[in-house]
Ligand binder design. Sequence first.
Ligand SMILES: *Cc1c(COP(=O)(O)O)cnc(C)c1O
Length: 374
Amino acid sequence: MAVDPHIDTILAGIGHFTDMQTGGLVPPLHMGVTHVLGEGGPASGYARSGPADGSHFERMMILAEKGADAVGFASGASAAQAAVAILPEGCHLLMEANGYYEFRDMIARAGAVRGIMVETVDLCDLDTARAAVRPGQTALIWAELPTNPQWRVPDIRALSDLARAAGAALLVDSTAATPVLCRPLEHGADIVLHSATKFLNGHGDLTAGALVLADAENSMALKNYRTAHGTVLSPMSEWLLLRGIRTLAVRMERACGSALTIAEWLASRDDVEVVYYPGLPQSPDFDRASRQFLHGFGSMLSFCVSSRAKAAAVTKAAKVFRQSTSLGSTESLIEHRAVTEGVGTRCPDTLIRLSIGLEHPSDLIADLADAMDG
Ligand SMILES: *Cc1c(COP(=O)(O)O)cnc(C)c1O
Protein backbone atom coordinates (compact mmCIF):
# COMPACT_ATOMS: atom_id res chain seq x y z
CA MET A 1 0.00 0.00 0.00
CA ALA A 2 1.12 3.59 -0.67
CA VAL A 3 2.87 5.21 2.29
CA ASP A 4 0.07 7.66 3.04
CA PRO A 5 -2.88 6.56 0.90
CA HIS A 6 -5.93 8.72 0.33
CA ILE A 7 -9.05 7.85 2.31
CA ASP A 8 -10.69 6.48 -0.89
CA THR A 9 -7.85 4.01 -1.29
CA ILE A 10 -8.00 2.90 2.34
CA LEU A 11 -11.75 2.38 2.19
CA ALA A 12 -11.93 0.63 -1.19
CA GLY A 13 -9.58 -2.16 -0.17
CA ILE A 14 -10.55 -2.29 3.53
CA GLY A 15 -7.00 -1.14 4.33
CA HIS A 16 -5.42 -3.42 1.68
CA PHE A 17 -6.93 -6.42 3.43
CA THR A 18 -5.67 -9.95 2.78
CA ASP A 19 -6.99 -12.97 4.69
CA MET A 20 -3.80 -14.68 5.86
CA GLN A 21 -5.39 -18.17 5.76
CA THR A 22 -6.99 -18.11 2.32
CA GLY A 23 -5.54 -15.11 0.50
CA GLY A 24 -9.08 -13.73 0.21
CA LEU A 25 -9.55 -10.02 -0.31
CA VAL A 26 -12.67 -9.89 1.88
CA PRO A 27 -12.59 -10.61 5.62
CA PRO A 28 -14.21 -13.94 6.49
CA LEU A 29 -17.38 -14.01 8.58
CA HIS A 30 -16.42 -15.67 11.83
CA MET A 31 -19.47 -16.56 13.89
CA GLY A 32 -17.92 -18.68 16.66
CA VAL A 33 -18.68 -17.60 20.23
CA THR A 34 -15.91 -19.56 21.91
CA HIS A 35 -12.51 -20.91 20.92
CA VAL A 36 -10.31 -23.91 21.73
CA LEU A 37 -7.59 -23.14 24.23
CA GLY A 38 -4.36 -23.78 22.29
CA GLU A 39 -0.68 -23.71 23.14
CA GLY A 40 0.13 -20.51 24.97
CA GLY A 41 -3.54 -19.55 25.25
CA PRO A 42 -6.15 -18.72 22.62
CA ALA A 43 -5.96 -15.86 20.13
CA SER A 44 -9.60 -15.25 20.98
CA GLY A 45 -11.59 -16.25 24.02
CA TYR A 46 -15.29 -15.63 24.42
CA ALA A 47 -17.08 -13.49 21.82
CA ARG A 48 -18.50 -10.89 24.22
CA SER A 49 -14.94 -9.61 24.86
CA GLY A 50 -14.32 -9.09 21.15
CA PRO A 51 -11.27 -10.50 19.29
CA ALA A 52 -8.18 -10.27 21.50
CA ASP A 53 -6.19 -8.57 18.75
CA GLY A 54 -8.99 -6.23 17.64
CA SER A 55 -11.60 -6.63 14.91
CA HIS A 56 -11.31 -5.91 11.19
CA PHE A 57 -13.67 -2.96 11.67
CA GLU A 58 -11.50 -1.56 14.47
CA ARG A 59 -8.38 -1.80 12.30
CA MET A 60 -10.31 -0.14 9.47
CA MET A 61 -11.30 2.77 11.73
CA ILE A 62 -7.71 3.24 12.96
CA LEU A 63 -6.63 3.68 9.33
CA ALA A 64 -9.63 5.79 8.29
CA GLU A 65 -9.34 8.27 11.19
CA LYS A 66 -5.56 7.93 11.65
CA GLY A 67 -6.01 6.92 15.28
CA ALA A 68 -3.80 5.01 17.69
CA ASP A 69 -6.60 2.57 18.53
CA ALA A 70 -10.32 2.02 17.93
CA VAL A 71 -13.06 0.20 19.80
CA GLY A 72 -16.17 -1.04 18.00
CA PHE A 73 -19.61 -1.18 19.62
CA ALA A 74 -23.09 -2.50 18.94
CA SER A 75 -24.37 1.08 18.40
CA GLY A 76 -23.37 4.72 18.58
CA ALA A 77 -25.22 4.93 21.88
CA SER A 78 -23.20 2.11 23.46
CA ALA A 79 -19.99 3.82 22.27
CA ALA A 80 -21.19 7.00 23.98
CA GLN A 81 -22.03 5.19 27.23
CA ALA A 82 -18.51 3.72 27.28
CA ALA A 83 -16.96 7.16 26.73
CA VAL A 84 -18.81 8.49 29.81
CA ALA A 85 -18.01 5.41 31.88
CA ILE A 86 -14.25 5.99 31.80
CA LEU A 87 -14.48 9.58 33.10
CA PRO A 88 -13.55 10.26 36.74
CA GLU A 89 -16.46 10.43 39.18
CA GLY A 90 -17.66 13.91 40.03
CA CYS A 91 -16.04 15.62 37.04
CA HIS A 92 -17.53 18.25 34.77
CA LEU A 93 -18.51 17.40 31.17
CA LEU A 94 -19.12 20.23 28.72
CA MET A 95 -21.42 19.18 25.90
CA GLU A 96 -22.73 20.78 22.70
CA ALA A 97 -26.20 22.16 23.52
CA ASN A 98 -27.50 22.13 19.96
CA GLY A 99 -26.44 18.62 19.02
CA TYR A 100 -28.05 15.19 18.69
CA TYR A 101 -31.05 15.42 21.03
CA GLU A 102 -31.06 11.81 22.28
CA PHE A 103 -27.48 12.11 23.49
CA ARG A 104 -28.15 15.29 25.47
CA ASP A 105 -30.51 13.47 27.82
CA MET A 106 -28.76 10.13 27.65
CA ILE A 107 -25.35 11.54 28.59
CA ALA A 108 -26.83 13.70 31.35
CA ARG A 109 -28.47 10.61 32.89
CA ALA A 110 -25.37 8.43 32.45
CA GLY A 111 -23.24 11.13 34.06
CA ALA A 112 -25.64 11.78 36.95
CA VAL A 113 -25.28 8.18 38.16
CA ARG A 114 -21.58 8.85 38.81
CA GLY A 115 -21.84 12.43 40.01
CA ILE A 116 -20.69 13.83 36.67
CA MET A 117 -22.09 17.29 36.01
CA VAL A 118 -23.11 17.54 32.35
CA GLU A 119 -23.43 21.14 31.19
CA THR A 120 -24.66 21.97 27.70
CA VAL A 121 -23.50 25.12 25.92
CA ASP A 122 -23.13 26.35 22.34
CA LEU A 123 -19.64 25.02 21.59
CA CYS A 124 -19.71 26.64 18.14
CA ASP A 125 -19.38 29.97 19.97
CA LEU A 126 -15.81 29.99 21.28
CA ASP A 127 -16.35 32.73 23.86
CA THR A 128 -19.23 30.75 25.35
CA ALA A 129 -17.14 27.58 25.37
CA ARG A 130 -14.19 29.38 26.98
CA ALA A 131 -16.36 30.85 29.72
CA ALA A 132 -17.90 27.46 30.51
CA VAL A 133 -14.72 25.37 30.78
CA ARG A 134 -13.62 24.75 34.37
CA PRO A 135 -9.86 24.20 34.46
CA GLY A 136 -8.99 21.17 36.58
CA GLN A 137 -12.64 20.08 36.81
CA THR A 138 -13.79 19.72 33.21
CA ALA A 139 -12.66 16.25 32.12
CA LEU A 140 -14.29 16.15 28.70
CA ILE A 141 -15.57 18.52 26.03
CA TRP A 142 -18.14 16.76 23.81
CA ALA A 143 -18.53 18.41 20.41
CA GLU A 144 -20.47 17.38 17.33
CA LEU A 145 -19.35 17.79 13.71
CA PRO A 146 -21.55 19.20 12.27
CA THR A 147 -24.33 19.69 14.85
CA ASN A 148 -27.68 18.05 14.31
CA PRO A 149 -30.11 19.46 13.04
CA GLN A 150 -28.70 22.91 12.20
CA TRP A 151 -25.33 21.63 10.95
CA ARG A 152 -23.23 24.22 12.75
CA VAL A 153 -19.47 23.62 12.57
CA PRO A 154 -17.30 23.86 15.69
CA ASP A 155 -13.64 24.93 15.47
CA ILE A 156 -12.03 21.67 16.52
CA ARG A 157 -8.50 23.05 16.83
CA ALA A 158 -9.67 25.89 19.08
CA LEU A 159 -11.74 23.52 21.25
CA SER A 160 -8.76 21.18 21.45
CA ASP A 161 -6.52 24.04 22.65
CA LEU A 162 -9.19 25.00 25.19
CA ALA A 163 -9.49 21.41 26.42
CA ARG A 164 -5.72 20.97 26.68
CA ALA A 165 -5.26 24.18 28.67
CA ALA A 166 -7.96 23.04 31.12
CA GLY A 167 -6.60 19.49 31.50
CA ALA A 168 -9.61 18.07 29.64
CA ALA A 169 -9.98 15.79 26.60
CA LEU A 170 -11.94 16.63 23.44
CA LEU A 171 -14.44 14.13 21.99
CA VAL A 172 -15.94 14.82 18.57
CA ASP A 173 -19.09 13.00 17.45
CA SER A 174 -18.17 12.95 13.76
CA THR A 175 -21.07 10.77 12.62
CA ALA A 176 -22.36 13.33 10.10
CA ALA A 177 -18.90 14.35 8.84
CA THR A 178 -17.33 10.89 8.42
CA PRO A 179 -13.54 10.50 7.93
CA VAL A 180 -14.08 11.38 4.26
CA LEU A 181 -14.91 15.00 5.14
CA CYS A 182 -12.78 15.44 8.25
CA ARG A 183 -10.45 13.56 10.55
CA PRO A 184 -10.91 15.33 13.88
CA LEU A 185 -7.82 13.69 15.43
CA GLU A 186 -5.69 15.62 12.91
CA HIS A 187 -7.25 18.84 14.27
CA GLY A 188 -6.37 18.01 17.87
CA ALA A 189 -9.34 15.92 19.07
CA ASP A 190 -8.58 13.07 21.49
CA ILE A 191 -11.56 10.81 20.73
CA VAL A 192 -13.77 10.47 17.65
CA LEU A 193 -17.22 8.92 18.08
CA HIS A 194 -19.21 7.40 15.23
CA SER A 195 -22.67 6.05 14.92
CA ALA A 196 -21.57 3.63 12.20
CA THR A 197 -25.29 2.92 11.80
CA LYS A 198 -25.33 5.97 9.54
CA PHE A 199 -22.85 6.81 6.77
CA LEU A 200 -20.11 4.28 7.55
CA ASN A 201 -22.48 1.39 6.90
CA GLY A 202 -24.57 3.49 4.55
CA HIS A 203 -27.30 0.96 3.82
CA GLY A 204 -29.65 1.35 6.78
CA ASP A 205 -29.55 -2.31 7.76
CA LEU A 206 -27.61 -2.50 11.03
CA THR A 207 -26.60 -0.54 14.13
CA ALA A 208 -22.93 -0.07 15.05
CA GLY A 209 -20.66 2.43 16.78
CA ALA A 210 -17.01 3.23 17.29
CA LEU A 211 -14.63 5.26 19.40
CA VAL A 212 -11.32 6.09 17.73
CA LEU A 213 -8.55 7.22 20.07
CA ALA A 214 -5.55 9.50 19.53
CA ASP A 215 -3.88 7.70 22.43
CA ALA A 216 -4.36 3.97 23.12
CA GLU A 217 -4.18 4.51 26.88
CA ASN A 218 -7.93 4.14 27.45
CA SER A 219 -8.59 1.21 25.07
CA MET A 220 -8.51 -1.48 27.73
CA ALA A 221 -10.91 0.39 30.02
CA LEU A 222 -13.31 0.90 27.10
CA LYS A 223 -13.10 -2.78 26.10
CA ASN A 224 -13.63 -3.89 29.69
CA TYR A 225 -16.73 -1.71 29.88
CA ARG A 226 -17.94 -3.19 26.59
CA THR A 227 -17.40 -6.74 27.86
CA ALA A 228 -19.23 -5.98 31.11
CA HIS A 229 -22.22 -4.48 29.31
CA GLY A 230 -22.35 -6.91 26.39
CA THR A 231 -22.19 -4.18 23.75
CA VAL A 232 -19.67 -5.71 21.36
CA LEU A 233 -20.50 -5.42 17.65
CA SER A 234 -21.98 -8.71 16.37
CA PRO A 235 -19.96 -10.55 13.67
CA MET A 236 -22.78 -10.41 11.09
CA SER A 237 -23.21 -6.65 11.59
CA GLU A 238 -19.45 -6.15 11.39
CA TRP A 239 -19.27 -8.12 8.16
CA LEU A 240 -22.05 -6.07 6.56
CA LEU A 241 -20.50 -2.86 7.87
CA LEU A 242 -17.18 -3.73 6.19
CA ARG A 243 -19.07 -4.27 2.94
CA GLY A 244 -20.78 -0.88 3.29
CA ILE A 245 -17.71 1.10 4.33
CA ARG A 246 -15.83 0.18 1.14
CA THR A 247 -18.00 2.58 -0.87
CA LEU A 248 -18.13 5.39 1.71
CA ALA A 249 -15.99 7.83 -0.32
CA VAL A 250 -18.08 7.58 -3.51
CA ARG A 251 -21.34 7.65 -1.56
CA MET A 252 -20.23 10.81 0.25
CA GLU A 253 -19.05 12.45 -2.96
CA ARG A 254 -22.43 11.90 -4.64
CA ALA A 255 -24.55 12.78 -1.60
CA CYS A 256 -22.52 15.93 -0.78
CA GLY A 257 -22.79 17.12 -4.38
CA SER A 258 -26.56 16.63 -4.40
CA ALA A 259 -26.90 18.27 -0.96
CA LEU A 260 -25.10 21.40 -2.16
CA THR A 261 -27.29 21.59 -5.28
CA ILE A 262 -30.45 21.19 -3.19
CA ALA A 263 -29.25 23.73 -0.59
CA GLU A 264 -28.63 26.29 -3.37
CA TRP A 265 -32.07 25.58 -4.88
CA LEU A 266 -33.77 25.98 -1.50
CA ALA A 267 -31.87 29.20 -0.80
CA SER A 268 -33.19 30.66 -4.06
CA ARG A 269 -36.85 30.17 -3.05
CA ASP A 270 -38.93 32.96 -1.54
CA ASP A 271 -40.92 30.57 0.67
CA VAL A 272 -37.78 29.31 2.45
CA GLU A 273 -36.88 31.41 5.50
CA VAL A 274 -33.41 30.00 6.08
CA VAL A 275 -31.27 27.11 4.84
CA TYR A 276 -28.89 25.42 7.27
CA TYR A 277 -26.00 24.04 5.24
CA PRO A 278 -22.34 24.91 5.96
CA GLY A 279 -21.45 24.71 2.27
CA LEU A 280 -23.42 27.83 1.34
CA PRO A 281 -21.14 30.91 1.24
CA GLN A 282 -23.81 32.88 3.16
CA SER A 283 -23.70 30.33 6.01
CA PRO A 284 -22.05 31.71 9.20
CA ASP A 285 -19.95 28.52 9.26
CA PHE A 286 -18.76 28.54 5.65
CA ASP A 287 -15.19 29.64 6.49
CA ARG A 288 -14.82 27.19 9.35
CA ALA A 289 -16.25 24.37 7.27
CA SER A 290 -13.96 25.24 4.34
CA ARG A 291 -10.94 25.09 6.62
CA GLN A 292 -11.84 21.73 8.20
CA PHE A 293 -13.75 19.78 5.53
CA LEU A 294 -12.40 17.99 2.48
CA HIS A 295 -14.41 16.64 -0.47
CA GLY A 296 -17.67 18.42 0.42
CA PHE A 297 -19.80 19.90 3.18
CA GLY A 298 -21.89 16.92 4.13
CA SER A 299 -25.12 15.38 2.94
CA MET A 300 -27.29 16.73 5.76
CA LEU A 301 -29.23 19.97 5.48
CA SER A 302 -32.23 21.64 7.05
CA PHE A 303 -34.47 24.53 6.13
CA CYS A 304 -37.25 26.52 7.74
CA VAL A 305 -40.57 27.36 6.13
CA SER A 306 -43.13 29.99 7.21
CA SER A 307 -45.10 27.94 9.74
CA ARG A 308 -45.27 24.72 11.72
CA ALA A 309 -48.28 23.63 9.65
CA LYS A 310 -46.41 24.20 6.40
CA ALA A 311 -43.42 22.18 7.70
CA ALA A 312 -45.78 19.32 8.56
CA ALA A 313 -47.54 19.53 5.17
CA VAL A 314 -44.32 19.60 3.10
CA THR A 315 -42.86 16.68 5.02
CA LYS A 316 -46.02 14.65 4.50
CA ALA A 317 -46.36 15.52 0.81
CA ALA A 318 -42.87 14.36 -0.24
CA LYS A 319 -42.90 11.16 -2.30
CA VAL A 320 -39.31 10.46 -3.40
CA PHE A 321 -37.98 11.51 0.01
CA ARG A 322 -39.14 8.97 2.60
CA GLN A 323 -40.74 10.44 5.71
CA SER A 324 -38.48 8.84 8.26
CA THR A 325 -35.79 9.64 10.83
CA SER A 326 -32.09 8.67 10.72
CA LEU A 327 -29.45 9.61 8.14
CA GLY A 328 -26.65 8.44 5.93
CA SER A 329 -28.36 5.71 3.95
CA THR A 330 -28.84 5.33 0.19
CA GLU A 331 -32.39 6.67 0.23
CA SER A 332 -33.13 10.33 1.01
CA LEU A 333 -35.14 11.05 4.14
CA ILE A 334 -37.29 14.01 5.20
CA GLU A 335 -38.57 14.80 8.67
CA HIS A 336 -40.38 17.47 10.63
CA ARG A 337 -37.59 17.47 13.16
CA ALA A 338 -39.23 19.14 16.18
CA VAL A 339 -41.98 16.49 16.09
CA THR A 340 -39.40 13.68 16.04
CA GLU A 341 -37.50 15.22 18.95
CA GLY A 342 -40.67 15.85 20.97
CA VAL A 343 -40.83 17.44 24.41
CA GLY A 344 -37.72 19.47 25.28
CA THR A 345 -36.63 19.97 21.66
CA ARG A 346 -34.44 22.99 20.89
CA CYS A 347 -35.28 22.71 17.21
CA PRO A 348 -37.49 25.39 15.59
CA ASP A 349 -40.91 23.87 14.79
CA THR A 350 -40.73 25.23 11.23
CA LEU A 351 -37.58 23.21 10.47
CA ILE A 352 -37.50 20.38 7.93
CA ARG A 353 -34.46 18.09 8.05
CA LEU A 354 -33.17 16.31 4.97
CA SER A 355 -30.72 13.43 4.71
CA ILE A 356 -29.62 13.32 1.09
CA GLY A 357 -29.06 9.87 -0.39
CA LEU A 358 -28.05 8.59 -3.78
CA GLU A 359 -31.10 9.30 -5.94
CA HIS A 360 -30.72 11.64 -8.91
CA PRO A 361 -30.66 15.22 -7.51
CA SER A 362 -33.20 16.39 -10.14
CA ASP A 363 -35.75 13.89 -8.83
CA LEU A 364 -35.16 15.11 -5.28
CA ILE A 365 -35.58 18.77 -6.27
CA ALA A 366 -38.72 18.01 -8.31
CA ASP A 367 -40.15 16.16 -5.30
CA LEU A 368 -39.44 19.10 -2.96
CA ALA A 369 -40.90 21.54 -5.49
CA ASP A 370 -44.12 19.50 -5.72
CA ALA A 371 -44.34 19.13 -1.94
CA MET A 372 -43.79 22.85 -1.34
CA ASP A 373 -46.05 24.14 -4.13
CA GLY A 374 -48.75 21.53 -3.67
C1 LIG B 1 -27.71 8.33 15.27
C2 LIG B 1 -26.70 9.15 15.96
C3 LIG B 1 -26.13 8.71 17.16
C4 LIG B 1 -26.57 7.45 17.86
O1 LIG B 1 -26.12 6.30 17.24
P1 LIG B 1 -26.89 4.89 17.26
O2 LIG B 1 -26.08 4.07 16.33
O3 LIG B 1 -28.29 5.14 16.80
O4 LIG B 1 -26.87 4.40 18.66
C5 LIG B 1 -25.13 9.50 17.73
N1 LIG B 1 -24.73 10.66 17.18
C6 LIG B 1 -25.28 11.12 16.03
C7 LIG B 1 -24.78 12.42 15.47
C8 LIG B 1 -26.27 10.39 15.39
O5 LIG B 1 -26.81 10.85 14.25
